[in-house]
Design a protein around this ligand. Structure first.
Ligand SMILES: *[C@@H]1O[C@H](CO)[C@@H](O)[C@H](O)[C@H]1NC(C)=O
Ligand SMILES: *[C@@H]1O[C@H](CO)[C@@H](O)[C@H](O)[C@H]1NC(C)=O
Ligand SMILES: *[C@@H]1O[C@H](CO)[C@@H](O)[C@H](O)[C@H]1NC(C)=O
Length: 235
């Protein structure tokens, strides 16, 4: 491909780690939108239930309506049952060209963009114990997590054409109440101590590497071709 030699001449004038401006990817915006859309399509095809949450155990040690309660409650088998809405923040969709002499890939073109998941419904099995009786209490709990964001970056080595992907999640601290079933005086105690952020955040952050990253890597390698490159073109 002829642009390689042109690009090499151009790049070799640059000091390390400069951002390169004269080369552009054609329509990186559509590319990023298509990659994220296809990723989520593949996740949905597998089933949202593959978005799992690790077990979380909460120690209870507090006074509720002046009565002391001690015990523990375990949230287990957590998974997503539905996602209300997925979108991409348009202003985050960007392309970058970099020359970095100390990196393994010295010349890279990256496309990045941030996806938002809105109103993610999460369900758990709940197993609780209270000090002072020998019972094990069983419930299910469901709550709706308002917002999770994932920043995707597709990195292409300009010379070898090797592709890699990074995904970084952010879970804003919000606390939502849950609905317990069945509902009784003990589930009300567990509900008082429920903290949706503590129960879910680490698992939601882990989806970035455990779920989205490998699926997106497969999408960019096999399903959606990287944008073509325009040298010395009008923006
Ligand atoms: C260049 O690459 C090195 C090695 O991977 C990395 O530590 C450094 O942060 C990179 N510099 C820039 C500006 O990206
Ligand atoms: C719940 O109600 C039952 C029956 O009314 C009572 O025996 C039990 O002590 C109550 N449990 C708690 C944790 O308040
Ligand atoms: C949630 O985690 C924070 C930080 O680790 C902690 O301070 C807080 O007490 C936890 N909340 C519950 C209900 O466990």
């Amino acid at each position: 491909m002829k642009w390689y030699s042109l690009l090499f001449l151009l790049l070799s004038d640059y000091a390390s780690c400069r951002i390169i401006n004269n080369v552009r990817l054609v329509d990186h915006t559509s590319y990023m939108i298509n990659v994220i859309t296809q990723t989520m399509h593949n996740v949905e095809k597998m089933g949202w239930c593959n978005l799992k949450l690790p077990d979380y155990t909460l120690q209870i040690n507090e006074n509720i309506l002046l009565a002391p309660f001690r015990g523990s409650v375990r949230y287990t088998n957590g998974f997503v049952s539905s996602i209300q809405h997925v979108d991409i923040i348009q202003s985050t969709v960007q392309q970058n060209w970099r020359y970095n002499a100390s990196a393994e890939s010295t010349h890279t073109a990256t496309v990045s963009g941030t996806m938002r998941l809105h109103d993610v419904a999460v369900g758990f099995d709940v197993i609780g114990h209270l000090q002072g009786d020998n019972k094990e209490y069983h419930y299910t709990a469901v709550y709706v997590h308002p917002l999770i964001t994932y920043a995707f970056t597709i990195i292409r080595d300009v010379f070898t054409e090797a592709l890699s992907v990074t995904v970084v999640g952010t879970v804003p601290r919000t606390v939502r109440t849950a609905e317990f079933r069945p509902k009784d005086n003990t589930s009300d105690i567990f509900l008082q101590t429920f903290d949706s952020f503590n129960v879910s955040a680490s698992g939601m952050l882990a989806w970035a590497n455990d779920v989205f990253q490998p699926i997106t890597l497969n999408v960019v390698k096999k399903e959606i071709p990287f944008p073509s490159i325009c040298y010395n073109c009008a923006t």
